[in-house]
Ligand binder design. Structure first.
Ligand code: GAL
Length: 679
């Protein structure tokens, strides 16, 4: 059996913990306080049927635990913790700071966030607090200490779940306390006002500051604010939220040094306010919440991208899917119900990409409150339902996957650099086109590789690159210091790098690098673009291979790079569009336009061949394939997203059904097969 002590390790490797379940974790946010205690017994029975191992408890329970200032009542939570333990279920116990009580909001309205128009957030939502509020911090840490002290030795306690999606509803704050913290943050970062003026280029529009106290947060204005300021405002916001997490974590560590601590991330929200690649170093277990968007026909691909990104931030270590939906959510325009089988494919896709557990929001669908139309593992219609039977099937599958717990996804041959900072810089600027989507090229290339059965590590810049034969740099608008040098070294050593348009354009202060685009990578690529020539929506420009460019084109001048494709019409007719330089044992390719489907497919095929990248296994198109390897063996995860039976050139026993498969093994339509390759 897997060594359970070694698989929840913080990224410094200095702390290790027992994993939160004996196998893959399975469960949900559990809000028993919404139900009469008579329902709890039924919950325990349904949890047993489903094979639930862990629930996240007390997330929004602050007021029930502390009904008035300094008065603590533990009755129901004590009973629930005991009940969970009796039923062999672990608690991911939440610090309930996502939901400050009404009495606190009333006594201290100044703890809440203020929006860019100066409105204070009213009571009635959640996460309304300002991370810069000293008063809120005081009350929150008092609660955390009381909770940790109460349950420090409780046998049900497995994991601390700090607050909930910190930054989700409190991601911007223009309160006076935030302003003071912002000015102090700037002083620390730049050493004084002169440094800020220099970094942001405040000579523009006469914005030069005479004193740090003049630098107010970017309140609503008739024009967009300075791009350097906005980028730093995003950094400051992320740092403030992280500081709150660390403050709670330190109390928990002091009281319960042996219990792992996490906070649930929201990796992939494009307007995210948290630099999770940095936060990842502060948690003991990386956990993520993921919801698919019903209108996205490629939602399973987006899920895969997000899961690969979560693993990349966890530096390849097992992570935890803290929330996803058993069926529909309730916050989209139309909340699409999942197809039969889709929930299992979704959950196991995360597991296939390194998660050691799949939990849902939430256990039982609420009848009251704003989330009354959000699915739960147990629907309004109860346990005798199609949906709950699928939940039971998933629980059984996860139980059968216990040997894979603690294993890691096999080293990918392709790495892809994705940074929040780059997305923020794009958002902070007025670019040549508003049609540029920061993650679009990354997702498209990730999908193309996935279609070919090729595994991709999606990593933040700065991650080690030595293991990759191919490194994709998609729309890395802001190149962090040192990234260009690191890529150059990887190429010298034999890697094949693909840089796409709108990369390497600005430095860490969001200033354009002079001399032509992509400034940071020009030397590596042996070319420069003199001009960016964006296209209108629907407008295309033909290339000499018969494919077309959209959204973005450039006037490119080559140095020592070869020209692989040229523009074939318009102002750029005859000019280079796709170039490749040779450096040492590797190459660096530059794509100056957004390619159409055929253009991208051809480019990915070429690159794969050039670098000799091999698939995880020879699968039919439509199967997503990954391999996890660990001390219990090697496990091939095969997820058929189509409505036809497909095959893979592999054999082994399917851990889920126990069936022996000989090559070529059939993966039935819409199903998941996990081959234990030892057998
Ligand atoms: C998450 C949140 C949960 C629940 C869920 C609904 O963002 O953490 O508490 O609101 O969304 O999809």
């Amino acid at each position: 059996m897997t060594d359970l002590t070694s698989h929840a390790v913080d990224l410094d490797g200095s702390r290790s913990f027992r994993w939160i379940a004996d196998g893959m974790a399975f469960g949900a946010d559990y809000n028993p306080e919404q139900w009469p205690e008579s329902v709890w017994a039924e919950d325990m029975e349904l949890m047993r049927r489903a094979g639930v191992t862990n629930v996240s408890l007390a997330i929004f329970s602050w007021v029930l635990i502390e009904p008035s200032d300094g008065v603590f009542e533990w009755g129901w939570l004590d009973r629930m913790m005991d009940m969970l333990h009796e039923h062999g279920i672990g608690a991911n116990l939440a610090t309930p700071t996502a939901a400050p009580p009404m009495w606190l909001m009333r006594a201290h309205p100044e703890i809440t966030t203020v929006d860019e128009l100066g409105h204070r957030t009213a009571a009635g939502g959640r996460l309304s607090w300002s991370p810069s509020s000293a008063t809120f911090r005081h009350y929150a840490l008092r609660m955390v200490r009381e909770l940790a002290t109460r349950y420090r030795d409780h046998p049900a306690l497995r994991l601390w779940h700090v607050s909930n999606e910190i930054g989700n509803e409190n991601n911007v704050d223009y309160s006076p306390e935030a302003e003071a913290a912002w000015q102090a943050w700037l002083g620390k970062r730049y050493g004084g006002v002169a440094g800020v003026n220099q970094a942001w280029g405040t000579a523009f529009w006469g914005h030069t500051y005479g004193d740090l106290s003049e630098i107010v947060p970017p309140h609503h204005a008739r024009t967009k604010h300075n791009p350097g300021l906005l980028l730093d405002w995003a950094r400051f916001t992320s740092d403030s939220l992280l500081e709150h997490f660390i403050a709670e974590r330190e109390v928990l560590r002091e009281v319960t040094p042996d219990t792992p601590i996490t906070t649930n991330f929201m990796i992939l929200s494009e307007d995210g306010s948290e630099e999770y690649s940095g936060w990842a170093h502060e948690v003991d277990v990386l956990s993520n919440d993921h919801y698919t968007i019903g209108t996205d026909p490629l939602r399973h691909r987006e899920l895969e991208f997000s899961a690969d990104r979560s693993r990349g931030m966890a530096e390849g270590r097992p992570w935890l899917l803290m929330e996803h939906a058993a069926n529909a959510v309730n916050w989209q325009q139309v909340n699409r119900a999942k197809e039969p089988g889709e929930m299992i494919r979704d959950s196991l896709s995360h597991i296939a990409r390194g998660a050691d557990g799949a939990l849902f929001f939430q256990w039982r669908a609420s009848t009251a409150g704003i989330e009354q139309w959000h699915s739960g593992m147990v629907p309004h219609s109860g346990g005798e339902t199609r949906q709950f039977r699928e939940v039971e099937a998933l629980g059984a599958a996860l139980k059968a996957l216990a040997p894979a717990q603690g294993s890691v996804v096999e080293q990918a041959q392709v790495g892809m650099l994705v940074d929040e900072m780059s997305q923020w810089a794009i958002k902070a600027s007025r670019l040549p086109t508003g049609l540029l989507k920061p993650l679009e090229m990354g997702r498209r290339i990730h999908k193309e590789l996935g279609d070919r059965g090729i595994s991709v590590d999606v990593v933040p810049s700065g991650a080690p690159l030595d293991a990759y034969r191919v490194i994709i740099v998609p729309t890395l608008y802001l190149a962090k210091d040192g990234v260009a040098e690191q890529l150059a070294q990887a190429v010298e050593a034999g890697a094949h790098v693909l840089v796409t348009f709108a990369s390497g354009i600005v430095d860490e202060t969001n200033r354009v690098i002079r001399g032509g685009y992509p400034g940071a990578f020009r030397d590596l690529l042996g070319m420069r673009a003199e001009e960016i020539r964006p296209l209108f929506e629907g407008e295309t420009v033909a290339l000499d291979d018969g494919t077309a460019a959209s959204i973005w084109t450039e006037l490119v001048e080559v140095g020592d790079a070869d020209v692989l494709r040229r523009y074939a019409e318009g102002a750029l007719a005859g000019q280079p569009a796709l170039t490749r330089s040779v450096r040492g044992a590797g190459t660096a390719t530059y794509l100056s336009y957004e390619p159409d489907g055929a253009g991208l497919e051809a480019l990915v095929d070429e690159l794969v061949e050039l670098a000799g990248v091999t698939p995880v296994a020879a699968v039919d198109r439509g199967i997503s394939v990954t391999r996890r390897v660990g001390e219990n063996g090697s496990f091939l995860f095969l997820i058929n997203h189509t409505q036809q039976d497909l095959t893979v050139d592999a054999s082994g026993v399917d851990l889920i059904t126990g069936e022996q498969h000989e090559a070529p093994a059939v993966v039935p339509a819409g199903r998941v097969v996990v081959l234990d390759e030892r057998s």
